[in-house]
Design a protein around this ligand. Structure first.
Ligand SMILES: Cc1ncc(COP(=O)(O)O)c(C=O)c1O
Length: 414
C-alpha cells in the first residue's frame, strides 16, 4: 500500500503520520491473522471513490432519494457478480450486498427467520464459533436460545453427535461455518441434518468464501438456505458483508437489513466489493486460493516437525490452530513474543481450553495476507522456523525481527 498522502499530510499531519506508521508496520511484519487480508489497489480506489457521498436507502430501483442512476447499476452489478461467483442463478437465489459487517448480518438473518427466543444450534465459541453465532455475550445469544455443539476431542466436527443433538433439541436454525476451524466443512451433511429436523441452515462462510469461490473448499450451495459472508477475509474485498438466500426467504430477511437494522448502505463499500468480486472471478484468484491452502499446509507440517501440537493435527484450509500446552507458554504470551519478532498472530482458544478467552492456550495463524504478498512454501518454512525459535528462545525475538524485516522487504504490500 504505497499511497502518497500528500493532501492529508498538509491538512492533517497527525492522521497522515498514523497512516504512514501503520503502513510501515504492515510492510515490516508478517500478518498471520487469519481474518485479515490486503485488498488490491483497485479495491481501495473504489473504496475511496465518489460513491461515498450517496444516500441510497432501499434496493436497486426502489429508493427513497433521487440521483440513483449509477448507484442502481453499481449495486445490481455487485449482486450479479456475487451470484456468479457462487455459480447461482437469480431465479432461485437472492443476494443483498448491503450488510455493514458480519455480526450485524448474522443478527439480521436470525431476526428475519426466527421469533425471538427460538432455538438455534451453533458451535460453542471456544471451539471456533463466532460471537455473533449465539454466544451469550452477543445479542444473537441473548435474543434467541442457543444450544451448542462441540468439536470432538480430536478437534473435528462430529456430524453424528450434531445430528443427535439436533433431533433432541429441534432447533429452528442451525449454523455452520466458523472463525477458527482448520478443516473442510461438510455442508451437505449439515443440509441433511437441517432438513431432517425442519431447521433452516445458515452457513457463515466469512473465513472461507475466497476458498469456495477459488474452488478449494466445497460450496454450501445448494444445501444451505442462507449464506452470510464477510467480504474482507479470503475474498480480499473491503470490510463488509453480504447475504445470499433462497428466493423465498428474501422477503423475510432483507427487510431486517434495511429498514430493520440499517440505514443507508455504504455505496463506496459496495463499489469496492463489486471490484473484489470481479477479481475473484479471474483465473488468477483461483491460483491465489490454491496457494493460500498450500501455504497453510506447509506451515502446518513444518510446525509439526518442530513439535508443535495442532488442533485436529493439521489443516485443510487457510488456518492453523496451535495448541501451545506442550510448549509451556500461553496464547497471550506467545502472541506478544511473536509480535516482538515481527510475526503478527492472535491468541485463540482451543477446544476444551483450560485457559480463559483473555489468556487461552492457543494461537491462530492464517495465510491469506502473506499469500497476497506473494509469499510461497519457501517463505512459510522460514516463518515456521522463526516461530519455533522465538517460542523456544524468547531472548532471540529482536534478532529474528531483523530477519523478518529483511524477508518482508522483498514482498511489498499491493
Ligand atoms: C465466522 C465469522 N462470522 C462473523 C464475523 C463477524 O464479522 P465482522 O467482524 O465483520 O462483524 C466473523 C469475524 O471475524 C467471523 O469470523
Amino acid at each position: 500500500m504505497t499511497e502518497d498522502f500528500n493532501m492529508l499530510k498538509k491538512t492533517d499531519p497527525k492522521i497522515a503520520k498514523l497512516i504512514e506508521q501503520e503502513q510501515k508496520r504492515h510492510q515490516d511484519t508478517v500478518d498471520l491473522i487469519a481474518s485479515e487480508n490486503y485488498p488490491s489497489k483497485s479495491v481501495r480506489e473504489a473504496l475511496g471513490s465518489i460513491f461515498v457521498v450517496k444516500y441510497a436507502e432501499g434496493r436497486p430501483h426502489k429508493r427513497y432519494y433521487g440521483g440513483q442512476e449509477y448507484i442502481d447499476k453499481l449495486e445490481t452489478l455487485a449482486e450479479e457478480r456475487a451470484l456468479k461467483a457462487f455459480k447461482l442463478d437469480s431465479q432461485n437465489w437472492a443476494v443483498n450486498v448491503q450488510p455493514l459487517s458480519g455480526a450485524p448480518a448474522n443478527y439480521e438473518i436470525l431476526r428475519g427467520l426466527l421469533d425471538t427466543s427460538d432455538k438455534i444450534l451453533c458451535l460453542h465459541l471456544p471451539h471456533g464459533g463466532h460471537l455473533s453465532q449465539g454466544s451469550k455475550a452477543s445479542l444473537s445469544g441473548q435474543d434467541f436460545t442457543p444450544v451448542y455443539y462441540y468439536l470432538n476431542k480430536d478437534g473435528f466436527l462430529d456430524y453424528e453427535s450434531i445430528e443427535e443433538l439436533a433431533v433432541k433439541e429441534k432447533p429452528k436454525l442451525i449454523i455452520a461455518g466458523y472463525t477458527a476451524y482448520p478443516r473442510i466443512i461438510d455442508f451437505e451433511k449439515f443440509g441433511k441434518i437441517a432438513k431432517k429436523v425442519g431447521a433452516y441452515l445458515l452457513t457463515d462462510t466469512s473465513h472461507i468464501t475466497g476458498l469456495i469461490i477459488g474452488g478449494v473448499h466445497p460450496s454450501p450451495f445448494p444445501w444451505t438456505d442462507v449464506l452470510m459472508t464477510t467480504t474482507h477475509k479470503t475474498l480480499r474485498g473491503p470490510r463488509g458483508a453480504m447475504i445470499i438466500c433462497r428466493k423465498e426467504l428474501e422477503e423475510k430477511i432483507f427487510p431486517k437489513v434495511f429498514p430493520g437494522l440499517q440505514g443507508g448502505p455504504h455505496m463506496h463499500t459496495i463499489a469496492a466489493l463489486g471490484v473484489a468480486l470481479g477479481e475473484a472471478l479471474t483465473p488468477a484468484f483461483k491460483k491465489y486460493a490454491r496457494q493460500i491452502v498450500k501455504n497453510a499446509g506447509i506451515s502446518a507440517s513444518e510446525l509439526k516437525k518442530y513439535g508443535f501440537d495442532l488442533v485436529s493435527g493439521g489443516t485443510d484450509n487457510h488456518l492453523v490452530l496451535i495448541d501451545l500446552r506442550n510448549k509451556n507458554i500461553t496464547g497471550k504470551h506467545a502472541q506478544e513474543l511473536l509480535e516482538k519478532a515481527g510475526i503478527v498472530t492472535n491468541k485463540n482458544t482451543i477446544p476444551y481450553d483450560p485457559g480463559t478467552p483473555f489468556d487461552p492456550s492457543g494461537i491462530r495463524l492464517g495465510t491469506p495476507a502473506v499469500t497476497t504478498r506473494g509469499m510461497k512454501e519457501k517463505e512459510m518454512k522460514l516463518i515456521a522456523g522463526w516461530i519455533n525459535e522465538v517460542i523456544n528462545n524468547p531472548g532471540r525475538a529482536k534478532e529474528i525481527r531483523k530477519k523478518v524485516e529483511k524477508l518482508c522487504s522483498k514482498f511489498l504490500i499491493p
